[in-house]
Design a protein around this ligand. Structure first.
Ligand code: AVJ
Ligand code: FE
Length: 453
């Protein structure tokens, strides 16, 4: 039924169902509820005993995110937009913030987390309250009201990626890979990489609210002139990176910056973060399992920005800038409402459980979609480290009144823009204006390297 009217299946005219007497009350939008379903399936992948484990020292355990997603939603919609009291005066503040890495935070300062059962009860209580207030959001005249569910949905989708890289830090015995999900696609790169030139011209960074929702760091949209350069048409793979490891890249001081080397030495890093040596063999981690290097050779290599820069120097190349990747991805297409859809770079996802087509990397070059200058895997593999420090665009104002610190807390010179999107990034966040960032030595996220020169 496409007309919105009930139609009798036997073709005898309109359905006898009576029309509702009054319009149905507004509900929590579908996109939010699909996000909740995806969250639930991700938490289901972690066994209860592991929910309290601090898999990543700088981040909270998984149980925090169980509470954080609803706490954030209520902080935006209930407290922030509508000025309502907390759902739970103790848990609302406890679960509110947990981003990467919290400035000045150390694991010892962290509060003790509630148990899974209490967090689940809190989550359900918030979901009920959100449904109760959805009508007030719809009726609100606050200029933020039309965007507030976007804030909630995109935040939830971002943390699905957080959860997946947290899952990748847990022991496989603590995990339950979702039934029916394709866990990993093994093999070498589907094709050989080569340099592909990008002609000079404009790149558009960020978005405009006329085209739809965008976070504070996307505004106002900027135009940057990009000089001609060359960019690898594929990201670097685990197989490529083996030559750097075997060539002593982790022991060659001259390849590293001062801070990069100090960090590498202090953390004892001798292999990229998703690799381990078992006996004489190297294994590579996917979200749910360890694989012999041969199986993972074609996957893009996951690493910190410090490693990506050392690798680029070793290869006689450099990292691309944010604007260079934007130019390689969109070419001369101006940023318009029609151009913001991610559909041209992403096949229809199944949306089955997580909204992701796969739960793992796959060999680079498997995806036939290419940017205007022939570059593959601009999304769908790993994010791409750039040499661009994360900053506000010229004229930056934190316009989201309910979340003024979303970006500004990270304009500290230590964070880099990462471009594109990973296999764990929901299609929604592949929209053109979206900007993402991590600290230069953050080694847990799904970020890789693509060489430029
Ligand atoms: C935009 C991905 C860097 O996950 O650390 C989540 C987003 N901010 N909750 C992160 C974020 C608040 C953030 N990144
Ligand atoms: Fe968050």
């Amino acid at each position: 039924v496409t007309s919105g009217r009930h139609v009798d299946p036997h073709g005898a005219g309109p359905s006898p169902l009576p029309a509702p007497a009054a319009p149905l009350p507004p509900v929590v939008p579908d996109a939010v509820r699909r996000g909740w379903a995806a969250s639930d399936s991700l938490f289901d992948a972690i066994c209860t005993e592991a929910m309290g484990a601090r898999a990543i020292p700088l981040r909270h355990p998984a149980v925090f995110y169980l509470g954080h997603l609803p706490a954030f939603a209520w902080a935006q919609v209930g407290r922030g937009l509508l000025g309502l009291p907390p759902v739970d005066p103790e848990l609302d503040p406890l679960f509110e913030r947990g981003i990467d890495p919290e400035p000045g935070a150390s694991p010892l300062e962290r509060p003790t987390m509630p148990g899974v059962e209490r967090a689940v009860r809190y989550r359900d209580a918030v979901r009920v309250r959100l449904a109760e207030v959805a009508g007030r959001v719809a009726a609100s005249r606050d200029p933020l009201a039309p965007w507030i569910w976007d804030v909630v949905v995109e935040h939830e989708r971002m943390h699905h990626e957080t959860l997946l890289y947290l899952i990748a830090e847990l022991d496989p015995s603590q995990l339950r890979p979702p039934v029916g999900s394709m866990v990993a696609v093994a093999g070498p790169a589907a094709r050989a990489a080569s340099w592909s030139p990008v002609p000079s011209g404009p790149a558009w960074i960020g978005s405009s609210l006329e085209d739809g929702f965008g976070w504070d760091n996307e505004h106002p949209r900027a135009t940057v002139h990009v000089a001609p350069f060359e960019l690898r048409d594929l990201p670097s793979t685990n197989g490529d990176f083996l030559a750097f490891v075997e060539g002593g890249g982790y022991r060659t001081r001259s390849l590293w910056t001062d801070v990069g080397w100090a960090w590498r030495a202090a953390s004892g890093l001798e292999l990229p973060p998703a690799w381990r040596r078992v006996g004489g063999e190297i294994e590579v981690r996917s979200a749910f399992a360890w694989h012999p290097l041969a199986e993972a050779a074609g996957w893009p290599v996951r690493l910190s920005c410090a490693e990506a820069e050392a690798y680029a120097r070793w290869a006689g190349a450099r990292l691309p800038t944010e604007a260079e990747i934007a130019r390689a991805r969109w070419g001369d297409r101006p940023a318009t409402p029609e151009a913001r859809a991610p559909s041209d770079l992403r096949a229809a996802s199944t949306e089955a459980v997580s909204g992701l087509p796969r739960w793992s990397e796959r060999p680079v070059g498997s995806d036939p979609r290419a940017g205007p200058f022939g570059h593959r895997d601009l999304v769908g593999g790993l994010w791409c480290w750039t040499s661009t420090r994360f900053e506000g665009l010229p004229g930056f104002k934190p316009w989201i009144r309910t979340y003024p610190a979303y970006s500004a807390d990270f304009f500290d010179g230590e964070h880099r823009v990462v471009a594109g999107g990973s296999w764990a990034t929901h299609a929604r966040l592949e929209r053109r204006g979206f900007r993402n960032w991590y600290r230069w030595n953050y080694k847990y996220a799904f970020v890789g390297v693509r060489l430029a020169r």
